[in-house]
Design a protein. Structure first.
Length: 372
């Protein structure tokens, strides 16, 4: 007499279907969610399919992707602000960061014909959106002023904004700079910290308050911003100024633990001291330190003046009328629809296969039972 198949055999396909469907559903929903508060993101501009962050552009500036200058291989983003009386900002905006600790690393390049001006060109800033955010200063800003790099740190004390200016050494047009900022944001009762390295050498630190302790946690902006070119400032600050052009690449943001550092090389006898000294401050302590040694800069070569190559248009100009938030920013897309669609299609395909397997199992059981 034939041996009867276990009753559970016929139900295994159903259990398989249920388990796999649940797994795919969870995976689909998880994949459709934004990355964990954007705390680990990177942009190297190498893939045409990579979606760039939101572009905050005022006026007719552009952010375009194309061949990197200065002897660097691969692609980079070219940022420009024309001196047209209206334009003053072209930045990539990365929001959604928490108020903890992060490492921000990136590379930037000033062309060989960069024009020195005794006005700030902000190339990276950390901005805390306030409820009454009109005219509020960024909590931290990296800028080139004249022929030098500098960092400005702001915090609130007694209802007034305080500022510390930290010199970071000479700006060198025609050279790719590799920056790392290890930042732990302060809270109302806990001091924060900032450690800055350029080309692997520590060039500045800051201890103490480093934000306003109100509003949203600081988000990251990188590109070019000339606050003195805002139309309400008048034409005087623009007189004789050339268009602002610079390049950025290799942006990476990672969540860290408080106090972690980017393993910088110690400053040594061969390095040049930065001009100036940190402005004194009654609360935080800020220090500047020597610029990188010549050996660190030998890896980059100068590009001919005005050489920018032809860039593919990957930007959305501020002239297109794109709707933005009150502060001129918007969150980047998450691609959730595509992920969910893929997950649903996979579930449907698996369901069809499991149904077929279940029918075959039932038929096999019937044949076994019908044998003499």
């Amino acid at each position: 007499m034939p041996t009867a198949l276990p009753p559970s055999f016929a139900y295994r396909p159903a259990r398989l279907l249920a388990a796999c469907t649940a797994t795919l559903f969870v995976a689909g929903v998880g994949g459709a969610s934004p990355a964990a508060a954007a705390d680990s993101v990177s942009y190297d501009f190498e893939s045409p399919s990579q979606k760039l962050p939101f572009m905050a552009i005022n006026g007719f500036g552009r952010v375009l992707v194309g061949p990197a200058p200065g002897g660097k291989s691969g692609q980079a983003a070219r940022v420009n602000i024309p001196n047209d009386g209206r334009s003053f900002k072209s930045e990539l905006v990365i929001k959604g960061l928490d108020a903890g600790s992060h490492r921000f690393s990136f590379a930037n390049y000033l062309p060989g014909d960069w024009q020195e001006r005794d006005l700030d060109t902000i190339v990276a800033q950390w901005f805390s959106t306030q409820g009454d955010g009109e005219g509020i200063k960024p909590v931290v800003a990296l800028s080139v002023h004249g022929g030098n790099w500098q960092l400005k740190v702001h915090w609130m004390s007694g209802g007034a904004i305080q500022e510390s200016v930290i010199p970071l050494g000479a700006a060198r047009p025609g050279h790719w700079n590799r920056w790392a900022f290890d930042i732990t944001w302060s809270s109302a009762g806990t001091p924060g910290s900032i450690a800055v390295t350029r080309d692997g050498v520590t060039v500045g630190t800051h201890q103490g308050a480093n934000n306003y302790h109100r509003g949203e946690p600081p988000h990251f902006r990188i590109g070019a911003y000339r606050p003195n070119w805002r139309p309400e400032k008048g034409p005087e600050k623009r007189a004789g100024a050339a268009e602002a052009i610079l390049f950025i690449d290799d942006i990476a943001i990672t969540g860290t633990v408080p106090g972690s550092r980017a393993n910088p090389r110690p400053t040594g006898p061969g390095t040049a001291a930065p001009s100036g000294s940190p402005a004194p401050s009654s609360s935080p302590t800020s220090t500047g330190s020597p610029t990188p040694s010549p050996s660190a800069s030998a890896r980059a070569s100068a590009a001919p003046a005005g050489s920018t190559s032809t860039f593919a248009d990957d930007a959305t100009s501020g002239a297109t009328g794109q709707k933005t938030n009150a502060d001129g920013t918007s969150l980047p897309g998450t691609g959730a629809t595509g992920v969910i669609t893929t997950a649903v299609a996979s579930v449907a395909a698996l369901a069809a296969g499991a149904h077929l397997l279940r029918r075959r199992s039932a038929a096999r059981s019937t044949r076994h039972r019908s044998r003499p």
